[in-house]
Ligand binder design. Sequence first.
Ligand code: BV8
Ligand code: ZN
Length: 257
Amino acid sequence: MVDPLIEQAARALSSAQTILVLTGAGVSAESGVPTFREAQTGLWARYQPEKLASPEGWAADPGLVWRWYMARFGGLETVRPNPGHYALAALEAAISEDGREFVLFTQNVDHFHEVAGSRRVRHLHGNLASYRCSGCDRSYPLRPEDRGAEQPPSCPSCGCLIRPDVVWFGEMLPPGVVEEAWTASRRCDVMLVVGTSGQVYPAAQFPHVARDAGATVIDVNPDPTPISRIAQIYLQGASGVMVPRVVAAMGIETEGS
Ligand code: BV8
Ligand code: ZN
């Protein structure tokens, strides 16, 4: 017996012409990556992520911020995508095969959606796999010796410090991606929101924009959030459990797990 809410979500997605998926740190939680707000464990427990992930934090102590990112980046290498990532990739493949529109915007800085096979992925907050110069913006391929360094490397061209290519609090999101997200939020028939606390803007605004434009909003999260409260369908539970169940109810096979 399929849960009626799962059925309702499956029906909405099956009949949608344009689907937008918005993910947050919760979609990677079952891969063992701590969510952004619980990320601070061990020696990082005494630091606030919003402070470290900011130009002020970088200016105050670039070495500390650099070591935090190297610790997070290192942690990503030992973990794999989870069934939630794979189900979203299978959903995209099925929708695209039907000639319908699908795009996935993520707030996450990991690459798990791509590793799981998602193709149309847009990173709202950048990604931890790439680095650039804080002065001349030139991209910088990380060297093995940079990983264990106490201080960030310097740019070979201008000598400024190399930083992670992520969007810090107080920094603008990549203009092209944001524009695309606003437009897609207004156009989509269904927005599937997975694993976000809905606290960080402008990403937290997109489900409201979609809802106001007449879209069906489906929210997947073990805990209620400002987004679950405006969603027509709130699936309370883990993404690694709920998303595969919705995709299965749509009759779509999911590879990988
Ligand atoms: C901007 C990259 C214009 C870095 C991140 C004052 C000055 C300046 C700006 C502001 C200001 N006041 C407010 C703002 C706007 C600010 C903002 O929103 N602040 C918040 C804190 C109020 N936004 C910005 O600054 C943005 N830029 O506005 O530019 C501007 C410029 C100047 C001045 C004014 C405006 C930039 C925001 C981007 C910040 N960078 N990441 C890095 O990662 O190191 S955001 C960071 O938080 C992560 O990317 C993360 O993804 C994101 C959001 O968090 P979530 O993904 O939702 O994760 P979270 O931990 O919060 O929640 C996890 C959820 O998962 C929970 O709900 C949990 O229940 C759920 N969950 C757990 N397990 C599971 C699960 N769900 C499903 N399954 C599970 N198994
Ligand atoms: Zn430079």
